[in-house]
Write a protein that binds this ligand. Structure first.
Ligand code: FES
Ligand code: FES
Length: 141
């Protein structure tokens, strides 16, 4: 793959050496799976988190993305950013932060949106599995 010149070197780096590519067992109760698609282009991203049940901390993350270089780079960054954080914390990761980090051009913003959506979907899936919601626990606290 030769990168078009308008791509920032970080995109190229994450595309060529994506971090945390892989899959966890989606039936594992400590795993949350977020599977999202971009209507604009049909690209699909699967992002998974592994959560410490005691602390609610994300101990590991991985992804598989069938999509463009920016989507792959965005998911790679997303897995790096969620690791070691609390589930509540990662819900506030914005696609614009990922896009900024990778200097994505405007036409590629939806690729980073995929990563934001995938993180949220993974947390939701984990919550649904455990039969509780992170947001409602914080509400009650
Ligand atoms: Fe990968 Fe910053 S370049 S997280
Ligand atoms: Fe659609 Fe990148 S072009 S996710």
């Amino acid at each position: 793959w030769s990168a078009p010149r308008f791509y920032h070197e970080r995109v190229v780096d994450h595309y060529n050496n994506p971090r945390n590519v892989g899959a966890f067992d989606k039936n594992d109760t400590t795993v949350g799976t977020g599977l999202v698609g971009a209507p604009a282009c049909g690209d699909v991203m699967k992002l998974q988190i592994k959560v410490d049940e005691e602390t609610g901390k994300i101990t590991d993350a991985c992804f598989k993305t069938f999509g463009c270089g920016s989507a792959i780079a965005s998911s790679s960054v997303a897995t790096e950013w969620v690791k070691g954080k609390q589930m509540e914390e990662v819900l506030s990761i914005k696609n614009t932060e990922i896009a900024k980090h990778l200097s994505l051009p405007p036409v590629k913003l939806h690729c980073s949106m995929l990563a934001e959506d995938a993180i949220k979907a993974a947390v939701k899936d984990y919550e649904a599995k455990r039969g509780k919601s992170v947001s409602s626990t914080t509400d009650k606290a």
